[in-house]
Design a protein around this ligand. Structure first.
Ligand code: RIB
Ligand code: CA
Length: 315
């Protein structure tokens, strides 16, 4: 069992990442740290709690983290994000609201303490802007350096971005935070658009979920179908959606699913290419890069594992 913390801005694919982690026999989800991104940080907390309640995992703690990018105290939700994830962030399918609240400890402190406590046994999977992680690293670098691995859903090395031609959504939300993390020397696995845009599910999968005929299977299939509609016409003839955030959990649990390129990265923080993840020229000739970028993925194997976990959690 791998110990995992999910750092999530809980929209639809983050919710699917949570469900996948909970349904997998290989994962011990020890907490969810919340952050702004797809939704405000408060909605992100609410959505994570609601998803946990839905599948009766009220034992998993949720911590509130950053409200906005580094150096700012305002967050503005992009119009496009409402279309992709719905007004409530999880597909407007009326998932019952949780009555629970976030833990009193802040997400940043939880990340620091978890790295101290679990060290190399811990994997942090960030499926969101990297503000919480950058704050934790700046506050306690020696503690965060004890982590086993940081798997990041974010960035695009060999393909174009999804917000600008250069930038992927999680990175452009806070390029400075992303730069801090990518240049930190921490052991990173980047699960970017290079692989997530190849990992598509379609109506076949939501139909299979509906056939399970449980209360949750219908709701979860409805939520995924909402996500499909937002991708309509954007996936070269395929009607479906990419599994961005679940794939990051998948690769954290099964690194063999991906082929990687070892290279130190940086993030551009200004100009037209703001938010671009790109090789760090100064370190190109140094040995032992700290980042592995996923460039190929066994998508059919992953989708098999994903569906297996979803079926487990929908019982
Ligand atoms: O670019 C995809 C990422 O942006 C995912 O994490 C999705 O949830 C959104 O935040
Ligand atoms: Ca996300």
């Amino acid at each position: 069992m791998k110990k995992i913390i999910l750092d999530a801005d809980t929209g639809i694919d983050d919710a699917l990442a949570i469900l996948y982690a909970l349904g997998s026999n290989e994962c011990e989800l020890i907490g969810i740290t919340s952050i702004y991104g797809n939704v405000s940080v408060d909605t992100s907390v609410e959505n994570s709690l609601s998803i946990l309640d839905l599948v009766e995992h009220q034992n998993i703690p949720v911590y509130k983290g950053s409200e906005a990018k580094l150096g700012s105290d305002t967050y503005e939700r992009r119009e496009i994000t409402k279309k992709i994830h719905g007004h409530d962030g999880i597909g407007d399918v009326h998932i019952p609201k949780s009555t629970r609240s976030a833990e009193s400890k802040n997400a940043v402190d939880f990340l620091i303490e978890a790295c101290e406590e679990h060290g190399s046994e811990l994997t942090i999977v960030a499926t969101s802007p990297l503000t919480n992680l950058a704050k934790a690293f700046t506050k306690a670098p020696e503690s965060i350096k004890k982590v086993g691995k940081i798997v990041i859903m974010g960035g695009a090395l060999t393909v174009t971005g999804n917000v600008t031609p250069y930038a992927e959504a999680n990175i452009i939300e806070d390029p400075n935070a992303a730069k801090t993390i990518f240049e930190s020397g921490l052991p990173i696995v980047m699960v970017g658009l290079d692989v997530t845009m190849r990992t598509l599910i379609t109506l076949n999968e939501t139909k299979a979920l509906r056939k399970l005929n449980t209360k949750n299977s219908e709701l979860i299939a409805d939520m995924i179908d909402f996500y499909f509609r937002s991708y309509e016409g954007r996936l070269s003839g395929v009607y479906g959606c990419p599994l961005h955030d679940p794939l990051a959990v998948g690769i954290a649990l099964h690194p063999e699913l991906a082929s990687t390129l070892a290279i130190d990265l940086t993030v551009e923080t200004s100009g037209a290419s703001k938010g671009r993840t790109i090789g760090l020229m100064d370190k190109l000739n140094e040995g032992s890069p700290s980042t592995e970028v996923c460039v190929q993925v066994d998508e059919s194997k992953f989708i098999e594992l994903f569906m297996e976990s979803l079926k487990n959690i929908c019982k």
